[in-house]
Every structure is written in C-alpha cells, then in structure tokens.
Design a protein around this ligand. Structure first.
Ligand code: COA
Length: 197
C-alpha cells in the first residue's frame, strides 16, 4: 500500500530545452503544423504507427490536441511536440505514458516527420524526456517498445543506453496486419546512460 497520489499535482513542464530541439506540450495552434507534418509523412509512418491514417482533417487534429491537453492535466499522458529550436519548425512528437504511478513506470513513444530524420533530433528529445522522468518523476523504469523490424526506432533506444531486455514474440498485430515481434528496452536509475554523439 503506497501513499495516496494526487495525479494532477504530479510534476510537469512548460518546455524541455536541448541543444537543438525543444519539447513542449501541444497547443491548439500547433494543429496546422502537426497536420502538415503527418500529411507529408503518412507513407513513412504507416508501417509503424497505427494512427498514420487518422488526422484526415484539420479539425480532427485540433480535437486530438485538445484531448491530449486534457490527458496531460490528468497525468494520463505527457504528449509533446518536438520543435527545432532555431526556427520553431515542428519536427515530430514524443509521448511519456505513465503505466504505474506507484511503481513509477513510464513508457516513451516517438515519431519524426519524414524530412526531419537522420539528424539526431529524436535521440535528443528522448534524452530530455527520459531525464525528466528519471529526475522529476523519480522513475524506477522507463521503457521503449518497438517492432523488431523497426531498426531506426531501436537505434534511438540503443544510442541512449537503454538496456535491451528481450523480444516478445507475436506480441501484437502491426499496422500491415502481420503479427509482430516486439523489442523491449528500458532504463532504471541504476543504469549509466547518455546520448552518444
Ligand atoms: C523512429 C524515428 C523517430 C527515428 O528517427 P531517426 O532520424 O533515425 O532518429 P534521430 O532523430 O535520433 O536521428 C538519428 C540519426 O541521425 C544521425 N545523427 C546526425 N546527427 C546526430 C546527432 N547530433 N546525434 C545523434 N544522431 C545524429 C544518426 O547517425 C542517425 O542516423 P543513422 O541511423 O543513419 O545512423 C523515425 O525513424 C520515425 O519517425 N519513424 C516512424 C515512426 C516510428 O517508427 N516511431 C517509433 C515507433 S516504436
């Protein structure tokens, strides 16, 4: 039996600033940029993200953002946009999902628009969010899961020192309808970790 937690009072942030990226909660006015990023990236997102065919209208994206903002207040999900610091350009999204507040277990998920890959932006954003979880939220476990075939996603976790824990066989159905094997990576406070440049 742990002490009672008042979730809306758990730590959050206005922005996490890295060298090149800024991670912050979505605002309704991000909708056009988010819509455009998804629209131009559907082919790149479709193999991995079950929502790649959603956001067919700007209103849907605005509504999605507002629901993410509600989830943020309740600390059900810390859903963030990733922006290039130099120019405010929206490059992708990252989410920190609390799985178990008593055990302090959190999952990170991410995506980049197709034109923003290959520059280290998601590694930096994931480092910022992981730091927030380990320090401010006192996470005992931060984990990342991905399709075994998603080498670029696994590389983000590996690059930051997340520890490979195993492969869950036939764990779920991928967006292409095939059964997928899922890789699991995690960090605990006992692990040494850092972004490798
Ligand atoms: C997963 C995903 C975000 C990874 O994108 P990414 O561009 O490989 O990741 P990063 O932004 O961290 O960039 C790393 C790349 O930039 C390069 N890079 C350049 N400068 C860098 C820097 N300063 N720091 C780190 N990497 C740098 C790295 O070498 C690496 O390239 P490589 O794979 O060719 O070696 C992207 O592929 C994606 O959006 N996929 C579709 C959605 C998805 O699969 N999400 C995950 C679901 S589990």
């Amino acid at each position: 039996m742990g002490e009672e937690l008042f979730l809306s009072l758990m730590p959050d942030f206005e922005a996490l600033e890295g060298q090149r990226v800024l991670v912050r909660p979505y605002r309704e006015e991000d909708a056009p940029a988010l819509f455009e990023a998804i629209e131009e990236s559907r082919a790149h997102l479709r193999p991995w993200m079950p929502w790649a065919n959603e956001h067919q209208r700007l209103e849907e994206t605005r509504d999605w953002i507002n629901r993410q903002r509600a989830a943020w207040l309740l600390r059900e999900m810390y859903s963030c946009t990733v922006l290039e610091r130099a120019n405010g350009h929206l490059v992708g999204g990252i989410g920190l999902k609390p799985h178990d507040w008593q055990a302090r277990v959190f999952e990170i998920g991410y995506w980049l628009r197709a034109t923003a890959t290959g520059q280290g932006y998601m590694t930096e954003a994931t480092q910022l969010v992981t730091s927030f979880a380990l320090t401010r939220l006192q996470a005992n476990r931060v984990f990342i899961r991905c399709d075994e075939r998603n080498e670029r996603s696994a590389a983000v976790a590996r690059r930051l020192g997340f520890v490979f824990e195993g492969c869950l066989r036939n764990e779920s159905v991928a967006p292409d309808g095939q059964l997928r094997n899922t890789l699991v990576f995690s960090l605990t406070p006992a692990d040494r970790w850092q972004a490798a440049h």
